[in-house]
Design a protein around this ligand. Structure first.
Ligand SMILES: [Zn+2]
Length: 400
């Protein structure tokens, strides 16, 4: 609509609703109500059933995940314990490869006093720990280059075996898109050659290809973004357990889970069932991980501190360069994930992998013989850590 039509948006409201009632009409008109009168565009109405089902729902309903439907096992304490084992491993890996040098090892990070490498006479040569912090001796990997943020994930197959882990590599690739989950999913395909029919034949065993990653669980330290949720959906990943909210990711994993078309699966006996078209997003609060709330609370505190900081007081900054040209007061979550407080949470959480006393050592999920028991899962996680500690580096433990 153009002003040259002799009417603008405000005029239209006034003329159609009447001047007296215009304000109240606007206030009571929600987007959902406006949407109700809109039919689905052709094609979407016949081919996108979840979209049809949710078309008239409020956003609060669209983001709601029904665990009873697609992850009913979360009601079992033994299953929660099983998930926590891998979360503790992930925390221990993040702690092991911790690098908070977002602006390099030199300069001044007031929120990282405990990560100073050693005291120097001159503040200009003061350095902060990089990857060496967790294990300064005894490994052949000694580096402190900041490759990406302290965000990582691991992949676990349907039996409980750990496949691989990866880190965020944004800095290494000078990119904002090299996230841990999408990197790991791409590597899973390269490791397995799932879709190379010349080598593997088809289908895989007695299963359709939609099963490819459908038994794989990803554990990630931070709620997934739109890109990673999309890549995991395309990969057919079963579920994603995340240890902290990303409040800027607008619950896209939940939305995608609810709006994606489900994938029909036919097993060897010809029984048809469906898989979610996107991974089931499981906040670690659902598996009783205490660190979920701690990380969220501390992240919000950090954001609040940065947003309200007196920018003339450099002690309140996240980072200040020695020449004073860089003063970083950003409330970014990736900065929070460099701070001493975040480091301590991952340190303490990671230690639980070593000290954990299982309540359900003999339980397994599902209850098939080939599935590892919780006791075996814990052993697997501890073994994997030993391997990654020596052979791994920030995100690429395998030797291919
Ligand atoms: Zn992402």
């Amino acid at each position: 609509m153009r002003d040259s039509d002799g009417i603008n948006r405000r005029d239209l409201i006034v003329k159609t609703a009447g001047a007296a009632s215009a304000t109240s009409a606007l206030a009571s008109m929600t987007p959902a109500m406006a949407q109700k009168s809109q039919p689905l565009p052709p094609g979407f109405d016949t081919q996108a059933q979840p979209l049809v089902d949710n078309w008239r729902n409020h956003l609060s309903e669209v983001v709601k995940v029904n665990f009873d439907k697609d992850a009913p096992e979360l009601a079992q304490d033994a299953v929660k314990e099983r998930h926590r084992i891998y979360c503790y491993l992930l925390m221990k890996l993040i702690h092991r490869f911790w690098n908070g040098n977002k602006h390099g090892p030199l300069g001044y990070y007031p929120q990282r006093a405990k990560q100073i490498e050693f005291i120097q006479q001159s503040p200009k040569t003061q350095r902060y720990h990089g990857d060496r912090i967790a294990n300064p001796e005894g490994t052949r990997i000694n580096r402190d280059r900041y490759l990406g943020h302290n965000i990582a994930c691991i992949a676990v197959d349907g039996n409980g075996a750990i496949i691989d882990f990866d880190f965020n590599h944004n800095d290494f690739f000078r990119s904002t898109a090299e996230h841990a989950e999408s990197r790991l999913v791409r590597r899973l395909f390269s490791l397995t050659d799932f879709f190379d029919s010349w080598k593997t034949g088809q289908p895989i065993g007695d299963r359709s290809r939609a099963f490819s990653l459908s038994e794989v669980t990803l554990y990630t330290s931070l709620e997934s973004c739109a890109q990673c949720s999309g890549v995991m959906s395309l990969g057919g990943v079963k579920q994603i357990v995340y240890m902290q909210n990303d409040f800027t990711a607008y619950m896209i994993g939940n939305i995608m889970y609810n709006l994606a078309n489900r994938i029909p699966i036919r097993d060897a006996q010809g029984v048809v069932s469906t898989l979610p078209g996107a991974p089931v997003p499981i906040p670690a609060s659902e598996i009783g991980l205490a660190e979920f709330k701690m990380l969220n609370d501390e992240n919000l505190k950090f954001a609040d501190k940065m947003s309200n900081a007196d920018q003339n007081d450099l002690e309140q900054a996240f980072f200040v360069s020695h020449d004073g040209t860089i003063k970083d007061f950003s409330p970014s979550i990736t900065s929070f994930l460099c701070t001493d407080r975040a480091y301590e949470i991952f340190d303490e959480g990671g230690k639980k992998l070593d000290t954990l006393a299982l309540h359900f050592p003999k339980e397994r999920f599902p209850g098939e013989e080939k599935i590892l028991t919780n006791e075996q899962c814990l052993k697997e996680a501890r073994e994997f850590y030993k391997y990654a500690d020596v052979e791994g580096y920030r995100g690429s433990p395998h030797k291919l």
